[in-house]
Write a protein that binds this ligand. Structure first.
Ligand code: PLP
Length: 367
């Protein structure tokens, strides 16, 4: 079904930047620069500069950024890593695949790690905190970093959804030992396939991640230092991302304007909760605009019939997937969010007409 208001619009996104993107791709293909060439180094440098980080390491997904950041920070078998249950599964899979045990805590009403729930989850085996800056909003990093310092924990930030978001003026991904980003096509900065990067000021994490992504090989010496993985950020993706990165600030401003439009159109509907929290400290990049209502499924069906595409992130708690073999938890806010949250169309291409149409249809549902 073709939606009148699609969740995202990749074709429109490409058309808007066609000349720059085509130029970047053709340059790689013409030169034969496909793997581990200058375009990758250039993108890493631009990303590090954008975030104010000393090092950026391009990898082939946000998942690999998380995995290599954890491994680079020395997390492994026997260690526990505290993260949230309300996240994309890759956050938790990265912990499992480095051999550690994920310990899931609840989120607060802002969908992010509730700092008040962390201390009770710390045990003598806890080695790291892995906060997730969901939907383009940074966690309360002052409180989380204070806990990490108190208990001597590594902090790896999952900023897959939060490139360019800020808390107290500081960029997502710049608080802890490493920040992890995803360039999945529908992220605020997306490639034309999978991609990711980690950023860090720690030369050792950068060194280990750089080796792990290239099968453990030091390219200068040919020495294999680890059993690594085939997980480089492709050169062509890096070139495309370099062409797009300068546009990210204007795209984030556009997302914020879309969010402001939703807010204006949806305020004062009693059964609806909107995602606006502590905006004196937060600069949200609005990867997603998530509303909450007990009548979520009915609203979603109504919007579908009216041609508005929505998504549910995520309909059941992670521990209810038996294949993931996670400890059963009781995390009331996570469970409520699974029942109530609905993500509205949001992208750099979403128009004010689409926002008005969507808010009008939502108001009709609740009228
Ligand atoms: C919160 C979060 N963490 C991790 C990831 C993993 O990123 P990727 O899909 O690039 O592996 C994503 C991507 O969707 C995400 O949203």
């Amino acid at each position: 079904m073709a939606y009148r208001v699609p969740f995202v619009d990749p074709r429109k996104h490409y058309q808007a930047l066609k000349t720059e993107i085509d130029g970047a791709i053709i340059d790689c293909l013409t030169k034969g620069d496909l793997i581990y060439r200058q375009q990758l180094r250039d993108f890493e440098q631009s990303l590090a500069q954008f975030l104010g980080a000393k090092h950026a390491v391009g990898v082939n997904s946000g998942y690999h950024a998380l995995l290599f950041a954890l491994m680079g920070a020395g997390i492994g078998p026997g260690d526990e890593v505290i993260t949230v249950a309300h996240t994309f599964v890759a956050t938790v899979s990265a912990i499992v695949h480095c051999g550690a045990t994920p310990v899931l805590v609840d989120v607060g009403p802002d969908y992010n790690m509730d700092p008040g729930k962390v201390e009770a989850a710390i045990t003598p085996r806890t080695k790291a905190l892995l906060p997730v800056h969901l939907n383009g909003r940074v966690c309360q990093m002052d409180r989380l970093m204070a806990l990490a310092h108190k208990h001597n924990l590594v902090v790896v930030e999952d900023a897959a959804q939060a490139l360019g978001a800020r808390f107290d003026g500081r960029m997502a991904g710049s608080f802890g030992d490493a920040g992890c980003f995803s360039f999945y096509p529908f992220k605020a900065l997306g490639g034309f396939g999978d991609g990711g990067a980690l950023t860090t000021d720690d030369p050792e994490i950068a060194r280990i991640a750089t080796l792990l992504r290239f099968n453990g090989e030091d390219r200068e010496t040919g020495e294999y230092h680890y059993h690594g993985q085939t997980a480089l950020l492709d050169n062509v993706q890096a070139a495309v991302l370099s062409a797009k990165l300068p546009h990210l600030p204007e795209w984030i401003e556009h997302r914020r304007a879309v969010a402001a439009g939703y807010r204006q159109g949806l305020e004062r509907i009693e059964e609806l909760r909107l995602p606006h929290f502590d905006e004196s400290r937060q600069f949200d990049s609005f990867q997603n605009y998530v509303i909450r209502t007990r009548r979520r499924d009915g609203l979603r069906e109504h919007l579908r019939k009216e041609g508005v595409e929505t998504l549910v992130h995520w309909p059941k708690p992670m521990w209810e997937h038996p294949g993931l073999k996670l400890l059963r938890r009781s995390l009331p806010e996570t469970e409520a969010v699974c029942r109530e949250a609905l993500s509205l169309p949001m992208s750099a291409e979403t128009t004010s007409e689409q926002v008005d149409y969507t808010t009008q249809k939502i108001r009709e549902f609740f009228a």
